[in-house]
Design a protein around this ligand. Structure first.
Ligand code: GLU
Length: 447
């Protein structure tokens, strides 16, 4: 494989699809050396096949808002690769959603799902719908209209969507209700992230954040260090930051910053249980303002408008909100302030320049597709429980999640340890994820 040739062809075929091209380039650069040791991959054009999705559904979603106005949005589902299992991946509701964004997320999802070692193919979907400021009834009508179009193309053995940015338990509930009505069957595995009691798994809401902290705990231990007392900056205050803050507090670390589109909230003495609970209220309000935390806990929190979490002096930085949120200048500020570890939890949360700066400074960097894989892994566990019509206890799910994250970490070390002994977690995650998919594609023939 010649990465540059492949990228030149892809750029010509997909002009302007910046994030998709960035995600593909990172994976190809990581796997190039290993790939070239397998002439059979080259002959079967594994890479050329892998970079294009199996198919993309794009559809109109029409719904009526509370004022009786008709609203039109665009919905998508990218079914990327099914070598390892039925398509699996989240749905993102955000005004910036477009086909290119979902292609990059779907591409990343293939390797992330592969790392979990569960039978999960890669997919992603969503809509350019903005949940901010919408009433509960509007959210319900939108979710119903979205599934009314998509329902024939999902199912436990076909494609199983879940939540992502803008899609949480409430939205999954509305979508599952409509799916069940149309399909005339209780195929619970058709969507994951369901509430406990009608198909959901315990620990699924916490899983992405818990898994991320389990991974970071291993990064810290690798350096004979401890999480206890470490100062952590998170970005966002959504489901992922909430789960990470919960586990960080439990393990004795201090979350000293969270953020929103409006600015940063610094918590000098570390986040408390009451604040973590309040994050749920903030999310449910659809206001998307982190200032609400400072207003609720004055004296303990300090809000600064227009600033990010990365200006706070911390030991560990964890982007938890959106792609490319950690810019090169943010990374440089973190480094100057003595950051010891960076682990992105958002998908492709860091810009390439930021990753380069962190790695060049000798600071361990954990990539999103490994660090955040606990979410989709627990979705896989949810599907397994659905198929068995049975629920594991919270302790059982958590123990399985912990083991999966430990195994992912070990794979990253195995494939990412360089000749000089340092660990390139990005490379390790990409190689481990890629090899499993490539071998499955080889075994299943040219399809
Ligand atoms: N949206 C999450 C992710 O990026 C979860 C996907 C899932 O559970 O299917 O992996």
């Amino acid at each position: 494989m010649n990465v540059q040739n492949i990228m030149t062809n892809l750029e010509a075929k997909h002009p302007g699809e910046k994030e998709y091209l960035q995600a593909v380039r990172e994976v190809l650069e990581s796997v190039e050396e290993v790939y070239n040791q397998h002439p059979e991959y080259e002959k079967a054009k594994i890479v050329e096949r892998l970079v294009e999705p199996d198919r993309i559904f794009k559809f109109r979603v029409v719904w009526v808002d509370d004022n009786g106005e008709t609203q039109v949005n665009l919905g998508y589902r990218v079914q990327y690769n099914a070598a390892l299992g039925a398509y699996k991946g989240g749905l993102r509701f955000h005004p910036a959603v477009n086909e290119s964004m979902l292609k990059f997320l779907g591409f990343e999802q293939i390797f992330k799902n592969s790392l979990t070692m569960l039978p999960l193919g890669g997919g992603k979907g969503g809509a350019d719908f903005n949940p901010q400021g919408k009433s509960d009834a509007e959210i319900m009508r939108f979710c119903q209209a979205f599934v009314y179009e998509l329902w024939r193309n999902i199912g436990p053995d076909q494609d199983s969507p879940a939540g992502d940015v803008g899609v949480g338990g409430r939205e999954i509930g509305y979508m599952y209700g409509m799916y069940k009505k149309l399909a005339r069957e209780h195929s619970t595995g058709a969507l994951t992230g369901k509430s406990y009691g009608w198909g959901g798994s315990l620990i699924r809401p916490e899983a992405t954040g818990f898994g991320a902290i389990y991974y970071v705990d291993r990064m810290v231990k690798q350096n004979n260090d401890t999480l206890v007392g470490k100062r952590i900056a998170l970005s966002g205050f959504g489901n992922v930051a909430w789960g990470a803050a919960t586990k960080a507090l439990e393990l004795g670390a201090k979350v000293v910053a969270i953020s929103g589109p409006d600015g940063v909230c610094e918590i000098a003495d570390g986040i408390t249980k009451e604040m973590i609970d309040y994050m749920l209220v903030m999310r449910a309000s659809n206001r998307n303002k982190v200032q609400d935390m400072a207003d609720k806990f004055p004296g303990q929190c300090k809000f600064t408008a227009g600033k990010k979490s990365w200006c706070v002096k911390v030991d560990i930085a964890m982007p938890c909100a959106f792609q490319n949120e950690l810019a090169e200048e943010d990374a440089k500020e973190l480094i100057a302030n003595g950051v010891k570890y960076v682990a992105e939890v958002s998908n492709m949360g860091s810009q390439p320049g930021a990753i380069k700066a962190i790695q060049a400074a000798g600071i361990p960097f954990g990539p999103g597709k490994a660090v955040n894989a606990g979410g989709v892994a627990t979705s896989g566990l949810e599907i397994a429980q659905n198929a068995a019509h049975f629920n594991w206890t919270a302790e059982e799910v958590d123990a399985k999640l912990h083991k999966i994250m430990n195994d992912i970490y070990d794979m990253c070390v195995k494939y990412g340890t360089q000749a000089d002994g340092h660990i390139d977690y990005v490379k390790g995650a990409n190689i481990a994820g890629f090899m499993r998919v490539a071998d499955a594609m080889m075994a299943q023939g040219i399809i």
